[in-house]
Write a protein of this length. Structure first.
Length: 159
């Protein structure tokens, strides 16, 4: 089985990835808990400083990730044009302007889904982002391809 498609990286797709990556890790969880704790303390003691601190802590991370997503997409030349992906039995090939890079299925770290993307991690911090709107009817084929070639414990994709 072979599957080919093009993906155009947008700030929205990058933001979706950054949100998922951050809030599924320890720093995002701790930040959310700290912000919520400040708001709970405000509710109990009525000291406005806790409300202000809670709002700042809870709002800082999503706002900074939004700005980072825009900056990353605008500042990365590879994101100016669509990336062409080809999935085969051997692995994933991404190409653009004559440059081609191959990643074997064995080297893939994990696969997850968000509301708007399927994310295939090639390491703990790098990933291929496949916006569902770019995949169209190929979304199910991509999920099947990933599920077939990666161990089930590494695939966390909701249909």
């Amino acid at each position: 089985m072979e599957l080919e498609f093009d993906v155009k990286m947008t700030p929205a797709a990058m933001y979706d990835y950054l949100l998922h990556h951050t809030y599924s890790g320890m720093s995002g969880i701790v930040g959310a808990i700290a912000g919520a704790f400040c708001i709970i303390v405000f509710a109990a003691n009525k000291y406005p400083i806790y409300l202000i601190a809670g709002i700042i802590i809870l709002a800082y991370l999503p706002i900074s990730l939004f700005l980072k997503a825009n900056q990353q997409v605008q500042g990365t030349p590879a994101f100016k044009k669509p990336l062409h992906y080809k999935m085969t039995e051997e692995g994933i090939t991404v190409s653009q302007d004559g440059n081609e890079e191959m990643q074997s299925w064995d080297a893939c770290y994990k696969a997850v889904s968000t509301r708007s993307s399927i994310i295939l991690y090639t390491s703990k911090t790098t990933a291929s982002i496949f916006p569902k709107k770019d995949l169209g009817e190929k979304k199910d084929s991509l999920i099947q391809m990933i599920s077939t070639h990666m161990p089930p414990n590494k695939v966390k994709i909701r249909f």
